[in-house]
Design a protein around this ligand. Structure first.
Ligand code: BV8
Length: 231
């Protein structure tokens, strides 16, 4: 029986670079002279919630600029999903909503979402309201809990890992797009795919540190390589 190829795609900050969103490697991974790894942590939020809110508010403002729109790479992945249906899964490390705005529906945001807030008490997610700050009470608990950015920080467990691992175990093809392959467990997905017998392809601006682990590695901007690969 010839089933549709089961495809798992992993995207990173590089797929949104041509839409105008900075990658983590830009500015050598620094923000306001802080290392991102030092701001995107539960400890940073506990010690200085206003600093962490400022980090995410700035990125949310950038995301909501009118010129920040999905690019041809996001749109090509939405077309691939329409062609493959439930044989396709898009896992993104990105916290922007550009995949959804390009028409993707089967998206796993393993590192959370910028346009969402999470209640520290109930764990429920709520649509982000620009008025939120470190003192905003949650809308779901009584007495109210504290809201935090709905983001998976360093040292926290990424979301929907069971679903991702199951998809990788069944994949025929694994494609990594616009990621430096430096953050785990996402950086371990290419090995999981290989262990399941899947073919692996890297589409990146330049070879990542992991490119030797892929069966195939193509260099170039995602807005060119992804549509060409998908067609
Ligand atoms: C966990 C949300 C455990 C925040 C993010 C040693 C070994 C193994 C693991 C660790 C270790 N030391 C520490 C760890 C754990 C840590 C980790 O991996 N650290 C790294 C720094 C070593 N990982 C974690 O903490 C994870 N959790 O391990 O939990 C656990 C176990 C049990 C129970 C509880 C807990 C959680 C990691 C998630 C952190 N959150 N994001 C936010 O966004 O603010 S990670 C964040 O950084 C991003 O989400 C993204 O994942 C990562 C940056 O990676 P990229 O997306 O790849 O972006 P980058 O800029 O690096 O690269 C861009 C690429 O695009 C480049 O290659 C560039 O060439 C390319 N590019 C640029 N332009 C284009 C392009 N490509 C194509 N076209 C273009 N135009």
């Amino acid at each position: 029986m010839n089933h549709k190829p089961r495809v798992v795609v992993l995207t990173g900050a590089g797929i949104s670079a041509e839409s105008g969103l900075k990658t983590f490697r830009d500015n050598d991974g620094l923000w306001e002279q802080h290392r991102v790894e030092d701001v995107a942590t539960p400890e940073a939020f506990a010690a200085n919630p206003d600093l962490v809110y400022r980090f995410y508010n700035q990125r949310r403002e950038q995301l909501q600029m009118p010129e920040v729109v999905p690019n041809a790479a996001h749109r090509a992945l939405a077309r691939l999903e329409r062609a493959l249906g439930d044989s396709f899964l898009l896992v993104t490390q990105n916290v922007d909503d550009l995949h959804e705005r390009a028409g993707s529906n089967r998206v796993v945001h393993m590192h959370g979402r910028l346009l969402s807030a999470r209640c520290c008490t109930s764990g429920l997610s709520h649509t982000w309201n620009s008025g939120f700050d470190a003192l905003t009470p949650c809308p779901c608990c009584s007495p109210s809990g504290q809201l935090r950015p709905d983001i998976v920080w360093f040292g926290e467990m990424p979301l929907q890992m069971d679903r991702i691992i199951l998809a990788l175990s069944r994949a025929d093809l694994f494609i990594a797009i616009g990621t430096s392959g430096q953050v785990y467990p996402a950086a371990g997905f290419v090995q999981m795919a290989a262990d399941s017998g899947a073919r692996s392809v890297e589409l990146n601006l330049q070879p990542s540190d992991q490119c030797g682990m892929f069966d195939e590695s193509q260099q170039g901007p995602a807005s060119a390589t992804v549509p060409a690969f998908v067609e």
